[in-house]
Write a protein that binds this ligand. Structure first.
Ligand code: DHK
Length: 143
């Protein structure tokens, strides 16, 4: 069975309360339950982790090299700023799928650029929680 790390970055722990008109009313806990259910259906082992801290996200990416076959990442605001997270993803060399709940291309211009996209094999945005399902499906289809 494939083991996939699902990393959610800063402020995603605020889902449910945070700008519901953009991110919806689902909490992080509900999102993670959804991801575990979908993964189970697809015969994937998912490990969901959320952190507000750039260094912790980098640590988790590095640990993934020993434990996981791929990474699904929503790096939150670090998507648009973090060369260091991009470098960590490059360093471990695992396949990466980038997910965003909202449609970052239809929002402020500073959200249009993503450092994660430079290393991601697939980029999914604007599909809400279903984006994570699609990201898991990528790993079913990939070798
Ligand atoms: C989540 C965030 O926290 C933002 O900083 C990104 C992303 C978009 C999302 O849509 O999931 O710009």
């Amino acid at each position: 069975m494939k083991k996939i790390l699902v990393l959610n970055g800063p402020n995603l722990n605020m889902l449910g309360k945070r700008e519901p008109e953009i991110y919806g009313t689902m909490t992080l806990w509900e999102l993670e339950q959804y991801i575990y259910e979908q993964a189970n259906e697809l015969d994937i082992v998912a490990d969901c982790i959320q952190s507000n801290h750039e260094g912790e996200i980098i640590d988790e990416i590095q640990y993934a090299l020993e434990k996981h076959d791929g990474i699904i990442i929503n790096a939150g605001g670090y998507t648009h700023t973090s060369v260091a997270i991009m470098d960590a993803l490059k360093a471990v060399g695992l396949p990466v799928v980038e997910v965003h709940l909202s449609d970052i291309k239809k929002r402020e211009e500073f959200r249009h650029h993503s450092y994660i996209s430079l290393v991601a094999k697939k980029i999914i945005f604007g599909k809400g929680k279903e984006g994570y399902r699609e990201a898991l499906e990528f790993f079913v289809d990939s070798k």
